[in-house]
Design a protein around this ligand. Structure first.
Ligand SMILES: O=C(O)[C@H]1NCC[C@@H]1O
Length: 344
């Protein structure tokens, strides 16, 4: 039987669904009106102010779920960019997303957003709100595979910061930037284990930390105020000294949303932090494992650089994304739940 859309009014929103290490990525193919703005960052402001109802339609139930993640491809103002992208989640729009870059690298080659793919790797320049991220997509025999990307400059923002966390008292943590700011704490501080504890307990502890940092620490970013906010908290297994052993973490971001992947921007920020503390050297690759699914990315610092007054590093993160399907979404005018809802 031919796939036909049910009767509906208004626009159809079509998407390609992917996942990277278990973390969903809903890539929007069509249905969005023009996103206005003369830069990717101003387009991010525009969708937040004018098109947020579409984020809720695509991310929330009944079409999505609490932990859904999306990408809207937009034009970039940078001549070297192959595409610009806005990221969306359960609370709004992030500035960087590594798992999405890994998926979008494949998508860009498969959907011909770049001309003439090269073997063994095709470079795809993706302009994220945090800046230009260079992705390198394995390509052979007409098929795309794993993706590695080079981050925007990543830096340790503050180490050994003590905040008062509701329910836990004083907690000492680090804050690092990998295209987005994260607080890092060893899960042991809360009597938890990132791979074994109940997800709900990890989420509660991480969320309490996020709330504490947001209210007690002022962040700033050298290039834009739009980037100066805490995106989430990453609980780790504390294995930050270089070793060939796998190290696990779990990222709780946006509105208590749980990353199923090891978190590309989080790995970037964590590697920058480890480098800043002298725990790893350039080109020492480590394997980072998601506490939620066990999926893995590799990460290494490849070059020293600066970001304003911060000493920074360029970090390379690698992983693999997969397609899960395509959907065409519609809205019926008499459906009271059509605009989306979330269960907390
Ligand atoms: O991989 C990442 O960087 C993202 N995954 C969800 C939260 C982060 O944006």
């Amino acid at each position: 039987m031919e796939m036909q859309l049910p009767p509906h009014e208004g626009v159809e929103l079509s998407v390609v669904d992917m996942h990277t290490g278990g973390e969903p990525l809903r890539v929007i193919l069509s249905g969005y009106p023009e996103v206005k703005g003369d830069s990717v960052l101003s387009k991010r402001r525009y969708v937040r102010e004018h098109l947020d109802h579409l984020r809720r339609v695509l991310m929330y139930e009944p079409r999505g779920h609490y932990d859904m993640y999306g990408a809207l491809i937009v034009d970039s103002e940078l001549p070297e960019a192959d595409l610009g992208v806005l990221f969306m989640h359960n609370e709004g729009y992030s500035t960087m997303c590594g798992h999405a870059v890994i998926a979008l690298g494949r998508f860009a080659v498969d959907y011909k957003l770049v001309k003439e793919p090269q073997s063994p790797e095709t470079q795809v320049n993706i302009h994220c709100p945090c800046g230009l991220v260079k992705a390198f997509v394995e390509y052979s025999g007409g098929k795309t595979g794993g993706v590695r990307f080079l981050s925007v400059p990543a830096f340790a923002f503050a180490t050994d910061v003590t905040v008062t966390v509701e329910g836990f008292g004083e907690v000492t943590l680090d804050i690092s930037y990998g295209g987005a700011f994260y607080a890092f704490v060893n899960a042991q501080r809360f009597g938890l284990d990132v791979t074994k504890s109940r997800t709900r307990d990890l989420v509660d502890a991480a969320t309490a930390v996020t709330n504490a940092v947001k209210s007690q620490v002022k962040l700033h970013h050298p290039t834009s105020d739009d980037l100066a906010f805490l995106y989430g908290t990453i609980l780790t297994d504390g294995k930050d000294n270089y070793s060939s052993e796998v190290t696990a973490n779990i990222c709780v971001f946006a509105e208590a949303q749980v990353d199923r992947s090891p978190t590309g921007s989080g790995v970037t920020a964590r590697v920058a932090l480890q480098y800043h503390k002298g725990l790893i050297q350039l080109n020492q690759s480590r394997t980072f494992q998601s506490g939620s699914t066990g999926s893995q990315f590799t990460g290494k610092a490849v070059k020293e650089t600066e970001c304003g007054d911060f000493k920074a590093v360029v970090v390379e993160v690698a992983g693999r994304a997969f397609y899960t399907g395509v959907s065409r979404f519609v809205q019926e005018p008499d459906d009271k739940l059509t605009h989306g809802f979330l269960l907390k």
